[in-house]
Design a protein around this ligand. Structure first.
Ligand code: FNR
Length: 393
């Protein structure tokens, strides 16, 4: 169907289902086990309601903000996703160009089908900022070499280390379709090889990822990069607290789009748990908080991804203190139409975001706050306190 006829993120998904190859669809759309987390990521947004304010002069509004110091047109990040070339020959190159054209940030996957150098040095994106996502390799010297390669590109402004892939998720839809063994992504160190358990790309290609990463490795990472460091794949308020205490610049509350641990919690729920248990992480350390502005506290940026399909979802997260919302699958599906498709998807989400701001009586990102939300329907899910005297760590 013509691109103009697509009206929302769901439309891009439906088109991809009917046009991508069976393997591409299986790899992109699949998730772990029974898809409970994948489905809940999106479903939880439906239970969180706005508490809109009216009569507020909302003709002129601004959605501009910044993410780790990078000015953006609205609080959106394209989350890192492997192998965008499966759906279009331009793959991640197209996503990068669209991100620049629409002033949002692309976080390039460690497993992208183009090298980071190819993506960030295209003439169309020259000097535009990017982030890079790292999977720490079992052979640490390989990650060190990759970071040196990344540092050659001054427009890469942050390293997102993915922490939620200690073991490969059981993605059965992907296992059922044979993998193309000729595929080799430039920055990853293993290649797909079908085996007795099936053809799941994530499992077959992910075994270079080090399951022994731990909090002491933050010092090792720091010794190999001066860029802001963000941990991606954080799924508990306790680990957010640890990330802050270990001096990281931020976290992505994410369960990998439900692809690794089924029944892990949506980032939205973890964000509510931070409010319940460690509110100071947001009240004191949000980059726009009074304490940070006055130099009394260190900025700490919280990103969320998983199931974000509407501008309303993005606004809810920003009202709860997220600096940006990430999209994974929707950007891959839109890449089916190349750069134009990704631009159109970003435009759609931005339009929806603006409509939601106006109808809530919000005129700038600074005004966003939890007051605009009614969390009643999910409050009973939120863990307010944890005390397990018998547990040993
Ligand atoms: C991913 N994701 C991912 N994350 C990461 O840190 N490194 C990676 O290489 C990949 N690769 C990847 C491939 C595909 C096909 C998907 C769908 C996802 C996870 C991604 O960054 C993000 O967390 C989720 O996709 C967010 O959920 P939604 O938006 O897909 O629901």
């Amino acid at each position: 169907p013509p691109l103009e006829s697509l009206l929302n993120a769901h439309d891009f998904e439906v088109v991809a289902e009917h046009t991508a190859t069976a393997k591409t669809w299986a790899f992109y759309s699949s998730a772990a086990n029974d898809l409970i987390t994948k489905d809940l990521n999106a479903a939880l947004f439906r239970r969180l309601l706005f508490r809109p304010r009216v009569m507020r002069r909302v003709d002129k509004i601004t959605t501009e903000t910044n993410i780790l110091g990078i000015p953006v047109s609205f609080p959106l990040m394209v989350s890192p996703a492997a192998m965008a070339r499966l759906i279009h020959p331009d793959g991640e190159l197209a996503i990068g160009r669209a991100a620049k054209a629409k002033s949002v940030v692309q976080c390039i996957s460690n497993n992208a089908s183009y090298s980071a150098a190819e993506i960030v040095s295209q003439p169309q994106v020259s000097e535009y900022p990017f982030f890079f996502q790292l999977y720490v390799d079992r052979q640490r010297h390989k990650s060190e070499a990759l970071l040196r390669h990344i540092h050659q590109h001054k427009n890469i402004r942050g390293i997102f280390v993915t922490t939620d892939a200690a073991a490969a998720g059981k993605r059965e839809a992907d296992e059922r379709v044979k993998a193309d063994e000729s595929i080799q992504n430039p920055m990853m160190t293993t290649k797909a090889k079908n085996d007795r358990r099936g053809g799941g790309y994530g499992r077959l290609m992910g075994n270079f990822i080090d399951p022994n990463l731990d909090w002491d490795d933050i010092a090792w990472l720091r010794s190999h990069t001066k860029l802001p460091l963000v941990l991606k794949g954080i799924m508990s308020a306790d680990d957010v607290r640890l990330a802050l205490d270990h001096g990281l610049e931020g976290v992505v509350l994410s369960n990998h789009g439900g692809r690794n641990l089924d029944t892990s919690p949506p980032g939205l729920l973890v964000l509510l748990e931070i409010h319940a248990r460690f509110p100071e992480i947001i009240t004191q350390h949000h980059p726009r908080s009074e304490a940070v502005r006055s130099g009394q506290a260190r900025p700490f940026s919280i990103f969320v991804d998983g199931g974000i399909r509407r501008g309303t979802d993005i606004l809810k997260l920003v009202c709860l203190g997220a600096v940006a919302a990430g999209i994974g699958r929707p950007a891959l599906f839109a890449t089916g139409y190349g750069q134009d498709g990704v631009e159109q998807l970003i435009d759609i989400l931005k339009d929806e975001f603006e409509v939601a701001m106006r109808n809530n009586g919000i005129t700038s990102i600074d005004e966003c706050s939890p007051e605009y939300l009614n969390t009643g329907a999910i409050d009973k899910w939120v863990v307010k306190q944890r005390d397990h005297p018998y547990a040993v760590h």
